[in-house]
Write a protein that binds this ligand. Structure first.
Ligand code: CDP
Length: 209
């Protein structure tokens, strides 16, 4: 299989989006923010009045919904770039993300997306190194202290970030885990560019060896 993927996982505020975006730009690869997909499905459910804890109804919605993350996040053709970051969505998204039917739909779309990219894709989320692309060219686990991660998340606050950490790492369906062969980078007090350089170096070593 020739799909080239750099898979990045990590908890809320660990720097995944910033690092993945900058890395994709540096390599000329595509970028996929999978968290935005779970958030967009959540926004649409709330808009339609679907009960987010109704597994079947959410599975149906996830199958039928039209999703796009670039250039802006949209759902069924509606721009939701700003709406996906609201407090209401922060609260509901972990319930949606714990639904195995929803995850199944999102994972298929993520694989399809990467397969269609001409050069490669930097994909970031919670289960990318473990479930979506376990054979990725390079796997990275980003982390940072809770204090710093909460600071980066601003308005959301430390309590909500910590609650999502627990929900994401203890759920039954594809919990957040560190893959044994992942390059672990603690971004506490470090610049985005530092992590990007470290990953590019790791990629070079991998492709040369
Ligand atoms: O704001 P933050 O970077 O923490 O979150 P995000 O990457 O936008 O993801 C939002 C939520 O989606 C997470 O808290 C997870 O519950 C879920 N998610 C997931 O379960 N699997 C992924 N691959 C990506 C996100």
């Amino acid at each position: 299989m020739s799909t080239r993927v750099i898979a990045i996982d990590g908890p809320a505020g660990s720097g995944k989006s910033s690092v993945a975006r900058a890395l994709a730009a540096a390599l000329g690869w595509s970028f996929l923010d999978t968290g935005a997909m779970y958030r967009a499905v959540t926004v649409e459910a709330l808009r339609q009045g679907v009960d987010v804890s109704n597994e079947e109804a959410m599975g149906d919605l996830a199958r039928e919904v039209q999703l796009s993350t670039l250039p802006r996040v949209s759902v069924n053709g509606r721009d939701v770039e700003d709406e996906i970051r609201t407090e209401t969505v922060n609260e509901a998204v972990s319930i949606v993300a714990a639904n195995a039917l929803v995850r199944h739909q999102m994972v298929s779309r993520q694989r399809e997306f990467a397969e269609a990219q001409p050069l490669g894709t930097v994909v970031e989320g919670r289960d990318i190194t473990t479930v979506v692309f376990p054979h990725a060219t390079v796997k990275v686990y980003l982390t940072a202290s809770l204090e710093e991660r909460a600071r980066r998340r601003g308005e959301e606050g430390e309590a909500s970030v910590a609650r999502r950490d627990v929900a994401d790492s203890t759920r039954e369906a594809s919990p957040l885990r560190q893959a044994p062969d992942a390059l672990v980078i603690d971004t506490t007090g470090r610049e985005v560019g530092d992590a990007v350089e470290e990953i590019i170096q790791w990629l070079k070593n991998k492709t040369l060896s």
